[in-house]
Ligand binder design. Structure first.
Ligand code: GDP
Ligand code: PGA
Ligand code: MN
Ligand code: MN
Length: 615
């Protein structure tokens, strides 16, 4: 056997274990794959090329092991249902680690572990972890492969579900490997479900391990994930790379990696506004990205629904603006609440070629989840494979059940969504689920006030991560679980980027679709009707609509917002646009205490004090 640290040639790797597919031509890649294979001891190695033949084989295998259940091809062609282990349904923030050289670099909001200790733990966990399984090598690109903003990675995984999902969510396979072989930098990402098989073991449909580790080494730009098959824990291009590791790369290189959707809004006059928006998980990004306007003449095109990378670049007019791309190639969306009424664009996107996870199965072999139709079917098989009827007293689909589907299938995708240059950004929105206090929309009066607004996001917890649903938690920039370094430095970086942009900086807004009345009813209809807020935002950017100045920024006067046909009472509209000084003084005081805890830049704390004084 060769030493773990020693370089291996492709010949040695091939001689060790059966190897299929076309390996990399790069020695460092081959050496790394060889090292992981020596450690994890898989039965075979497959280099994933992204092509149809390999993919079909993989799917057939997953169908035979029960990992994927084919849906009725007449109702949902080329689509599958996966049912996870009931203990592996969401991101595990308490098991997510940032192993920077020092605790201070990870900051107070991340779980820090000493990198050397963690490496030892991982070496133990991965020792023999892939026995009886196949090690897949998945080269991938985040961003269109030709974009100057694209970054590359290689995920090693023993989960065919991950391989098939990465094929939808990233540009994976031969094209990405070609770039890496040509010399592009690449992020190593190792994943195992942590369930080795003995010679006589029969596999389960969703192997995983109760012990989970989602580990990042920001200094080395390296990812290790153990024990989970769930999207955010296992598709390492997404949260681990495109947010946690990329946020560190972006800090070092002067750009931003953010938990945001990206859309192009076009007004009736043909004026284009590019808008990015950060909301915490399960707070409406995918829905807003697929917005179907309810105001005549307005259109919205989709560019991305979860992650945006943006970099300052000088335009032909000499103005430096943020140019934004969506580094992903698919949607990993929340199923519950998605229906023909609320999000017809998503429903059209989901007609074929979908991997559903933890939704319910109908008697005719299609899928259902809460909110897809107003009336549930009389009988279903629920997400855990049990019989379900409407009186069951439990949801048929898991509240965090998901669809994985290619963005190219979305009918509202902008024709140029893969433009390597990206789009110039005009507005950034911050929001969350706030039943009270936070108005429907606010425009920050400066970049600094906008950064304060992003830093002060608080939102009710959702099913997208472990924890008590509904509990209010602070989530600066909707990045609390995704920032790969100290949040105070992250805030300082945002201020710094804004200084570099000057007049080219996008306008910043706060939004809240989730304000409720005393009876717990949403005051705002939301979904397509959010167009009315988006129109005000676009018109504010153009300077064509009014607003009233408040201590927390500008809000629309009742007459500035087009609410015709909504049947909204005057009292409800007033409530939606109200900035209550007492509630806001309490809100900002809490935000101030939190910023203090984070050791946020003094400039932000000063901006906060100014607002409190004005109240
Ligand atoms: P994401 O995880 O941030 O992408 O959020 P989604 O767009 O998937 O939405 C998460 C949940 O919030 C779903 O159940 C949606 O139906 C619901 N939702 C999205 N937009 C709105 C809205 O404008 N109003 C209300 N009341 N619910 C919404
Ligand atoms: P979401 O993405 O933001 O669409 O919920 C997944 C996640 O953040 O876990
Ligand atoms: Mn997300
Ligand atoms: Mn989403």
């Amino acid at each position: 056997a060769r030493s773990r640290s020693g370089a291996a040639t492709s010949h040695e790797v091939a001689a060790d274990r059966p190897t299929h597919g076309t390996p990399s031509r790069r020695d460092d890649v081959l050496a790394w794959v060889g090292r992981i294979a020596d450690l994890a001891q898989p039965d075979r190695i497959v280099w994933v090329d992204g092509g149809d033949a390999q993919h079909e084989l993989l799917v057939r295998e997953m169908v035979s092991t029960g990992t994927l259940l084919p849906l009725n091809p007449e109702l949902r062609p080329d689509s599958y249902l996966a049912r996870s282990d009931p203990g592996d349904v969401a991101r595990v923030e308490s098991r997510t680690f940032i192993c920077s050289p020092t605790r201070a670099e990870a900051g107070p909001t991340n779980n820090w572990r000493d990198p050397a200790e963690m490496r030892q733990t991982l070496a133990g966990l991965f020792d023999g972890a892939m026995r009886g399984r196949t090690l897949y090598v998945v080269p991938f690109s985040m961003g269109p492969v030709d974009s100057p903003l694209a970054r590359f990675g290689i995920e090693i995984t023993d989960s065919p579900y991950v391989v098939a999902s990465m094929r939808i969510m990233t540009r994976s396979g031969a094209a990405a490997l070609a770039r890496i072989d040509d010399g592009a930098a690449w992020v190593p990402a190792v994943h195992s479900v942590g369930a080795p098989l003995g010679p006589d073991d029969v596999d389960v449909p969703w192997p995983c391990n109760p012990e989970k580790y989602i580990v990042h080494f920001p200094a080395e730009r390296e990812i290790w994930s153990y024990g989970s098959g769930y999207g955010g824990n296992a598709l390492l291009g997404k949260k681990c790379f495109a947010l946690r590791i990329a946020s560190v790369i972006a800090r070092d290189e002067g750009w931003l990696a953010e938990h945001m959707l990206l859309v192009r809004v076009t007004s009736p006059e043909g004026r284009r506004t590019h808008v990015a928006a950060a909301f915490p998980s399960a707070c409406g990004k995918t829905n807003l990205a697929m917005l179907r306007p309810t105001l005549p003449g307005w259109s919205v095109e989709t560019l991305g629904d979860d992650i945006v990378w943006m970099a300052p670049r000088e335009g032909d007019d000499g103005v430096t603006r943020l140019h934004a791309i969506n580094p992903e190639a698919g949607f990993f969306g929340v199923a519950p609440g998605t229906g023909w009424e609320s999000n017809p664009t998503a429903m059209e996107t989901l007609r074929r070629g979908v991997i559903f996870t933890n939704v319910a199965l109908t008697d005719d072999g299609d899928v259902w989840w809460e909110g897809q139709t107003s009336q549930p079917p009389a009988h279903l098989i629920d997400w855990q494979g049990r019989d379900w009827t409407p009186d069951a007293g439990r949801p048929a689909a898991h509240p965090n059940s998901r669809f994985t589907v290619s963005a190219a299938q979305c009918p509202t995708m902008a024709a140029d969504w893969e433009d390597p240059a990206g789009v110039p950004l005009d507005a950034i929105l911050f929001g969350g689920r706030r039943p009270s206090t936070v108005p429907l929309v606010t425009q920050a009066d400066s970049w600094e006030a906008g950064v304060l607004l992003g830093a002060s996001i608080a939102s009710e917890r959702t099913a997208a991560a472990e924890g008590t649903v509904g509990e209010l938690r602070r989530d600066p920039f909707a990045m609390l679980p995704f920032t790969g370094y100290a949040v105070a430095d992250y805030l300082a970086h945002w201020l710094e980027v804004g200084r570099g942009l000057g007049t080219g900086a996008p306008a910043i807004f706060g939004v809240n679709w989730f304000r409720k009345d005393d009876g717990g009813r949403f005051l705002w209809p939301g979904f397509g009707e959010n167009t009315r807020v988006i129109a005000w935002i676009a018109d504010r950017v153009a300077g064509t609509v009014g607003g009233r100045s408040t201590p927390i920024g500008h809000v629309p006067n009742p007459g500035d917002l087009d609410v015709t046909g909504l049947g909204l009472s005057e009292a409800d509209l007033d409530e939606l646009l109200d900035v209550d000084p007492v509630a806001w003084r309490a809100e900002l005081t809490r935000a101030g205490a939190y910023l203090e805890e984070l050791r946020a830049p003094a400039a932000l704390r000063r901006a906060l004090d100014v607002a409190i004084d004005r109240l």
